[in-house]
Design a protein around this ligand. Structure first.
Ligand code: SF4
Length: 89
């Protein structure tokens, strides 16, 4: 599968760990909208993902405002690093 069609963080280029991302096997799940009916399934997949730590680190470093990364939604990530807030686009 081309990385541009993979869900969530696997879309990002330049991260070698993305090739081990568990979500790559689930392109039909909604990884961007945390309130989707797929959220529980996404979180379960993240819990078993071998690169969960790397994924979450990128989301925290970039203040990613969308989607599930490392099993956490944007609100949960902001709670981990509350002083960072979010970037405005
Ligand atoms: S932790 Fe979740 S969102 Fe991140 S790479 Fe793994 S499966 Fe994908």
């Amino acid at each position: 599968m081309d990385s541009s069609t993979q869900p969530g963080p696997t879309r990002r280029r330049g991260h070698r760990w993305r090739h081990r991302a568990a979500c790559a096997a689930y392109p039909s799940l909604e990884w961007i909208e945390p309130s989707s009916p797929h959220i529980g399934t996404c979180r379960s997949i993240c819990r078993a993902c071998p690169v969960r730590r790397e994924c979450l680190a990128v989301a925290l470093d970039t203040r990613e405002p969308w989607g599930i990364w490392g099993g956490l939604d944007p609100r949960e990530r902001r709670e981990l690093v509350p002083h960072q807030g979010t970037l405005t686009r």
